[in-house]
Design a protein around this ligand. Structure first.
Ligand code: ADP
Ligand code: MG
Length: 364
């Protein structure tokens, strides 16, 4: 007899500047997931943070346009996941419950999704979920804490300074310390939102003001002149690294526009044209980064290759862009793991972690 299909809840959208990116990743996963193995429940989070069960067949408006794509709120049902529900969704409009979710695949980028908040909720609900747990998600999201942990593990990174809202920031003393130009970014964000290159007082003032729009803590980082290399990591306790890819941006840097708006903003070179020793170094650093930051499931580790041939780590993304044409799945495809197989493996890893954690004692 055939096993009962697992129900995968794809949790997407969210209260973040990366809402639109998430909508497109969710559509791609819903389309590609193995329907013989899994049933799918699409759970959309709107920009105010409400959880909705949208119309399952037409859950997006303007699905193919990154600028206009929107969650379709016709016939939506408002739902919630409560502690110990084991994945059962409570219907907030009608009362009662909807069929239970067996595994959640959160495809939420940035704060309120990639940062441990949703992971905490899923853990309280008692449902397996794809990707890093609470700790890995939280440290992966906070560039300051992430970089301090990497530095502590001896992983090479760029020099950076941290400032909090209300601190006095002086261009001269900052550039004395890390040179000019430099980069300013919010500590907790992604998709290059709030990231700017500073070359003078005017761009400095704008960059600082903009970064503080997104977080109360910002990073100021030395400018790294080099190539941008990315490596996908997959696994729990014994992760593996994909081939290495390169981002070749046509903009001044890999900005939000270059990532999502401008069709010609960036090319993905897969695999990157690199000496073997450099690829191996990137893979090694990617695995070390993933483990140092307590990640599980998946992560995309982004590095810079400096002109002198050394590699440094820029960041990890614990829920990387997951559209079919995104770097994370494409690197796996080039490494022999096609998109639908990648989804299978991620779901299996989620269940493996959940079962492992279930075996732990919760009382003495
Ligand atoms: N220190 C740096 N030197 C040079 N370019 C940088 C630096 N930091 C960021 N960038 C550029 O800005 C982009 C976004 O910055 P990143 O730190 O990756 O933030 P995000 O989490 O938003 O992707 C990078 O892909 C790169 O193009
Ligand atoms: Mg980045």
């Amino acid at each position: 007899m055939k096993d009962k299909k697992l129900k995968v809840g794809i949790l997407f959208g969210g209260k973040s500047a990366e809402h639109e990116v998430s909508l497109q990743s969710a559509k791609n996963v819903a389309d590609a997931i193995d329907k013989d193995k899994y049933d799918v429940a699409l759970i959309g989070i709107d920009k105010s943070g409400r959880w909705l069960l949208p119309n399952q067949s037409e859950f997006l408006i303007n699905a193919t346009d990154p600028k206009l794509v929107k969650l379709n709120k016709d016939n939506e049902k408002s739902v919630a996941l409560v502690p110990q529900s084991g994945g059962e969704l409570t219907d907030l409009s009608m009362g009662g419950t909807h069929s239970s979710i067996d595994v959640v695949f959160p495809i939420l980028h940035g704060p309120f999704g990639e940062d441990g908040t949703v992971q905490g909720l899923l853990k309280l609900a008692g449902v397996p979920f794809v990707g890093a747990g609470i700790l890995g998600s939280a440290v992966g999201m906070d560039k300051d804490v992430m970089k301090r942990l990497l530095r502590d593990a001896g992983i090479p990174i760029a020099k950076f300074l941290v400032f909090r809202h209300g601190d006095l920031l002086d261009l001269q003393s900052i550039s004395d310390e890390i040179g000019l130009p430099f980069f300013v970014k919010p500590a907790n964000m992604g998709s290059s939102v709030g990231v700017r290159k500073v070359t003078n007082q005017e761009t400095f003032d704008q960059a600082v003001q903009d970064a503080f729009n997104y977080d109360t803590k910002i990073l100021i980082e030395e400018f790294v002149d080099g190539r941008e290399l990315e490596c996908s990591v997959l696994g729990n306790q014994k992760p593996i690294a994909s081939v290495v890819g390169e981002i070749v941006s046509t903009h001044e840097f890999y900005s939000y526009e270059a990532k999502y708006i401008d069709e010609h903003g960036a090319a993905l070179e897969i695999p990157a044209d690199l000496p073997d020793a450099v690829s191996q170094r990137v893979q090694e650093l990617a695995l070390q980064t993933f483990q140092t930051l307590e990640c599980e499931g998946l992560g995309r580790v982004d590095c810079f290759l400096r002109r002198d041939g050394t590699v440094i780590v820029n960041e990890i993304n614990t829920i990387p862009g997951f559209t079919k044409i995104s770097m994370y799945p494409r690197l796996w495809e080039a490494s022999g793991v096609v998109y639908s197989e990648l989804i299978n493996r991620l779901v299996e890893l989620a269940i493996e972690r959940f079962d492992r954690e279930q075996k732990l004692k919760t009382s003495f």
